[in-house]
Ligand binder design. Structure first.
Ligand code: GLU
Length: 319
């Protein structure tokens, strides 16, 4: 599998045709993303979530949820296993040097763990790609999943969802030297990249069949392909794309208006309604006590999005 410059600055590069200009762009981008900026005088240093700005969540030590088999197993085991993304700026990112995860989704996962009575050092994050989320929850590989996971009826047949805790919308990311793509209607005959198993991929396939669709496991590989002129656009949620654009503003831009609604939920095993409702309660409490807003501002807020009002929790009945 290809490595991404957004994840591994020293990693192997995809092969193929490349001009000197493109190589220079890549070198420049690597510096821009991982060092102090490049190309423009006085570029600001790249911002990442600052640990000291993150809220500290009160661990509910007296919490107990015997009706949840997931919770009971995790308590016995002594730690939670939480599925997440590792290459989505300001949402779910893993520091390759330390292995530490950060971002808004990660903070949501930590808030939930605290409410379930788990200390911060008893959460183990595990990277799961978009296409593998349902299987991971069904097989018990993870206790819950927080990673830009859109709630929809098809997925509700396979897993349960607490939330939503954020409302995103599908968008398009292009290079700053691209002037002909302003929305999905401009994708005919152009190559667009998305993640396998994602709702944005499915929407382009269904509604814009003239687009040439390419799929990888992750969006960071799509962005690599965009920077090396192997695709013309990347499509997924605006929240994800804005993070990539914020890290490389000279090379990348988000164009047009969001063209879908992507309500983010916390994925849980489908049969574990006790866990789902406990997470709904926890989300509501964290939205009320200010944790949600503080966490947002310290993470996703850094990509330029002001903290919105969180969407209402949808405590849907058992299906
Ligand atoms: N929110 C969309 C989805 O759940 C796209 C982002 C992702 O692939 O995680 O499919």
């Amino acid at each position: 599998m290809r490595t991404s410059i957004f994840r591994r600055p020293g990693g192997a590069r995809p092969g193929g045709r490349r001009t000197a200009g493109r190589a220079a762009l890549l070198t420049c981008l690597l510096l821009a993303v991982f060092a102090a900026g490049c190309g423009k005088d006085g570029s600001p240093p790249v911002k990442g979530p600052r640990t000291e700005a993150l809220p500290v969540y009160r661990v509910d030590t007296g919490f107990s949820l015997p009706a949840s088999s997931t919770w009971t197993k995790a308590k016995k085991r002594g730690y939670l296993v939480v599925g997440a993304k590792e290459d989505q700026p300001y949402l779910g990112e893993k520091d390759p040097a330390t292995g530490v995860y950060s971002g808004f989704d990660i903070e949501i996962a930590r808030m939930m763990a605290a409410s379930l009575g788990f200390e911060p050092d008893t959460i183990r994050f595990r990277t799961i790609a978009s296409a593998n989320r349902e299987t991971a929850l069904q097989n018990g590989q993870i206790d819950y999943y927080v990673g830009t996971y859109t709630i929809n009826d098809m997925r509700k047949k396979l897993v349960g969802f607490a939330g939503p805790y954020y409302l995103a919308g599908q968008g398009l990311l292009v290079r700053t030297d691209e002037h002909d793509i302003h929305g999905p209607q401009d994708l005919a005959g152009r190559t667009v990249c998305s993640a396998a198993g994602s709702t944005p991929y499915q929407r382009i396939a269904a509604d814009y069949p003239k687009a040439v669709l390419v799929a990888y496991d992750t969006y960071s590989v799509c962005v690599d392909n965009l920077l090396t002129y192997q695709v013309d656009a990347v499509t997924t949620d605006d929240a994800i794309l804005l993070g990539f654009a914020a890290k490389a503003p000279d090379e990348l831009k988000v164009v047009g208006k969001p063209f879908s609604e992507e309500p983010y939920g916390i994925g849980v095993p489908r049969s574990d309604k006790a866990l789902r409702f406990a997470l709904d309660d926890a989300l509501e409490a964290d939205e009320k006590n200010g944790n949600w807003k503080k966490a947002f501002e310290a993470t996703l807020g850094l990509s330029g999005v002001p903290a919105p009002k969180p969407p209402p929790i949808d405590r849907y009945p058992a299906t």
